[in-house]
Design a protein around this ligand. Structure first.
Ligand SMILES: NC(=O)c1ccc[n+]([C@@H]2O[C@H](COP(=O)([O-])OP(=O)(O)OC[C@H]3O[C@@H](n4cnc5c(N)ncnc54)[C@H](OP(=O)(O)O)[C@@H]3O)[C@@H](O)[C@H]2O)c1
Length: 303
């Protein structure tokens, strides 16, 4: 898909530059051409962006001021919605680097009755094929992917990009348990495992993070930023996602609603309940986007 390749080129350009563009032009003829701060005569799509000081929140705000479609016949409305959905994530590395922070986006698929897995821990697949493809697009746009050790042990995920084109993210795991590269796909020398000192070294990169009794997730994010990782896509499980949420270490939640009901199982969130509705966790901006025949909630959190 041409506009997906354009998004990857925008991401790569913004990863390497320190100069914020005021406009981006896309020519999608025989060869795809993406140019910055220029308006070639044969461009089909021209994006005018807000000034980089437009918001302090970076990723959370849509920097797109105006999107001009020069040739309506070549780019359809559905492709434009797709492009606009993923565009903000191509900016994350640029703003994260400037602010010295790592943006965190948490994604999971839940049943209609609020479960992310059955009582046996089975979760393949709660969401639909569009949701899986979406997760792979987000993996390609973010610098890193993070899961809890429980998910590695239960699902043995590969945590790479297979369903779309794009770069593989750096794998990040939180947990103190023994995870051998001979048993788990995601364990390799470049995988960062955040753990306390009790975990012996293995075939991965160990990063110290004390557990008292929870890991400090703001500290984890700042350690990622120190390593040049400025956006991380968090793919569960329940304990990991809930810790990010309750520690206010999340910038965005992407919650896929599957059209399944399973009665009991692992709840999407597990933390001690909030007693008054007025204290409930709410969002600074929110939208629902279609995912094939299902739907995804995308909400930004105040940090
Ligand atoms: N539906 C979906 O989208 C989806 C996505 C992912 C996973 N899942 C399902 O979720 C289930 C796994 O969820 P889970 O909640 O059991 O496991 P999890 O969140 O993947 O892993 C929990 C472990 O991660 C470590 N951990 C992560 N954050 C921590 C924190 N802030 N403080 C302390 N420890 C932290 C701890 O490891 P140590 O104890 O080793 O320190 C903890 O025991 C599986 O059944 C999986 O299939 C579903």
């Amino acid at each position: 898909m041409v506009l997906w390749d354009a998004l990857l080129l925008i991401k790569e350009h913004l990863r390497l530059t320190t100069i914020w563009p005021s406009k981006i032009s896309i020519q999608c003829g025989a060869t795809l051409n993406v140019t910055f701060d220029q308006e070639p005569a044969n461009a089909q799509l021209i994006l005018h962006l807000h000034d980089e000081n437009y918001s302090k929140d970076g990723l959370l705000v849509d920097y797109l001021k105006e999107l001009k479609v020069v040739d309506q016949g070549l780019i359809h409305e559905k492709e434009l919605s797709f492009f606009k959905l993923y565009l903000p994530y191509t900016f994350a590395h640029y703003f994260g680097k400037k602010a010295g922070k790592c943006y965190s986006v948490s994604h999971f698929a839940q049943t209609l009755d609020g479960k992310i897995a059955t009582i046996n821990g089975d979760s393949k697949w709660i969401g639909n094929e569009d949701n899986l493809e979406h997760a792979h697009r987000m993996r390609a746009l973010c610098d890193a992917i993070l899961v809890g050790a429980g998910t590695v042990q239960r699902d043995n995920p590969r945590l790479n990009v297979r369903k779309v084109s794009g770069p593989h993210p750096i794998r990040v795991i939180i947990g103190n348990r023994e995870l051998k590269s001979t048993e788990f796909h995601a364990i390799e020398p470049s995988t960062l495992i955040f753990c306390n000192d009790r975990l012996v070294n293995g075939e991965f990169t160990k990063v110290h993070l004390s557990k008292e009794p929870e890991y400090d997730l703001d500290l984890l994010l700042s350690k990622l930023a120190d390593r040049g990782i400025h956006s991380v896509y968090i793919e569960g499980g329940a304990q990991t996602t809930s810790s990010f949420l309750t520690q206010k270490a999340l910038d965005q939640i992407q919650l896929h609603f599957s059209t399944k009901i399973i009665g009991s199982g692992i709840s999407s969130f597990s933390f001690s309940g909030i007693e008054k509705i007025q204290d409930a966790i709410t969002f600074s901006s929110k939208k629902f986007v279609p995912m094939g025949d299902e739907i995804m909630f995308i909400g930004n959190l105040k940090r």
